[in-house]
Design a protein around this ligand. Structure first.
Ligand SMILES: O=C(O)CCC(=O)C(=O)O
Length: 352
């Protein structure tokens, strides 16, 4: 495979991780090293995380405790070489377009800005570890310099990986996958782990919802690009355990509208109803800034969502007109679900 393929069309069918060995060979980006980039951009201010035991729990408490530091890029790269107090430094998930816009043109043309939601550069010291988590986007991960190991679990292992309870970190596993506590996480034994080592120059296509734990085996430079999933990816049976509803609830109105049209067009009745209900929910959240809806996460199926919306509609804070609209939207969803009204009626069901 060459570098000039299109994420959306060529990679659309990829549902399992694919390693592209030597993908960056012969490209300008393939020659990057932390030292070479530091020579080109010595004064660029960069944000660096550090951790005493090497674990970088993205959003978790640890990072807050151990802190981030801003420094000149060349100073960071110089520090990478020192092993002073055993502390591990990591420039993790730093926006490539914001930090090094000049570098985009040197990458193989996979980063079509129309498709890519985020592109990041990761430069870290041997020993850095990004604990098991998933992302709700497809990932094109390029290992530019040094080696990394990734331990992967399919989305269907969702429950066996015990997502953390707090909403902000619910994409992260509670399991220490190298030292699982079987009394706390008995189902982890059922999860199927696949380890792959990415050498310098390799790329990995990692479909959304794949759990991954990333070990930096050597001082390393990686670049990744996340691109938006297609609606059916969130809902295919392999992702049955992944949280499509949560995704839909998190989305702003515009993507929700896209999903809705997509499912209506495809005649997917229950999926369209699910999205319509999610839109009611979204509309409520937006319309109701005056109070908080403490909801979103514990919803596993449309029925539960419907019940929740109904109980919300009973809240005294809603004026009668709002209540009526909510009730009408729910009735429409139900009638469509029962086949009593055409699918198209859903298009307006959630216009609160
Ligand atoms: O390379 C890492 O340390 C983590 C990368 C990652 O989690 C990702 O690309 O989604």
């Amino acid at each position: 495979m060459t570098g000039d393929f299109n994420l959306e069309t060529d990679l659309h069918g990829v549902v399992e991780p694919v390693v592209l060995r030597g993908f960056l060979r012969g490209t300008a980006a393939g020659a990057w090293t932390p030292e070479l980039l530091a020579a080109r951009f010595p004064d660029r201010p960069v944000e660096v995380s550090h951790s005493r035991d090497g674990k970088f729990d993205l959003l978790n408490e640890r990072e807050v405790v151990e802190g981030n530091a801003e420094m000149a890029f060349a100073d960071f790269v110089a520090k990478l070489g020192e092993a002073k107090d055993g502390r591990v430094l990591y420039m993790q998930q730093c926006s490539l377009p914001m930090l090094f816009p000049e570098l985009i043109a040197e990458l193989p043309p996979v980063l079509d800005p129309a498709l890519v939601v985020d592109a990041n550069i990761w430069i870290g010291k041997r020993g850095a570890l990004s604990p098991a988590h998933f992302d709700p986007m497809n990932n094109f991960f390029m290992q530019v310099a040094g080696r990394k190991k990734m331990s992967l679990f399919a989305p269907s292992d969702y429950r066996a990986l015990y997502p953390r309870e707090s909403a902000s970190v619910s994409h992260m596993s509670s399991v220490d996958i190298d030292r699982p506590d079987v009394s706390r996480h008995p189902d982890f034994a059922k999860a199927v782990r696949t380890d792959i080592v990415l050498e310098a120059g390799d790329a990995l296509i990692l479909p959304a919802y794949y759990w991954h734990q990333v070990y930096t085996l050597e001082d390393s430079l990686s670049v990744n690009a996340w691109w938006r999933i297609r609606p059916e990816q969130a809902l295919v049976p392999a992702n049955e355990a992944a949280p499509p509803l949560r995704l839909l609830l998190d989305e702003s109105r515009e993507p929700q509208e896209g999903y809705l049209q997509y499912f209506i067009g495809g005649g997917h009745r229950s999926l369209a109803v699910t999205v319509a209900l999610a839109r009611v929910h979204r509309a409520l959240s937006e319309a109701s800034e005056r109070f908080e809806i403490t909801d979103t996460v514990q919803i596993d199926e449309p029925k539960a969502l419907r019940e929740q919306l109904e109980s919300l509609a009973r809240e005294p804070r809603y004026v009668a007109a709002e209540r009526e609209k909510i009730a009408t939207a729910i009735d429409t969803c139900e009638a469509v679900m029962a086949g009593k009204r055409p699918l198209d009626d859903l298009a307006h069901a959630a216009e609160l």
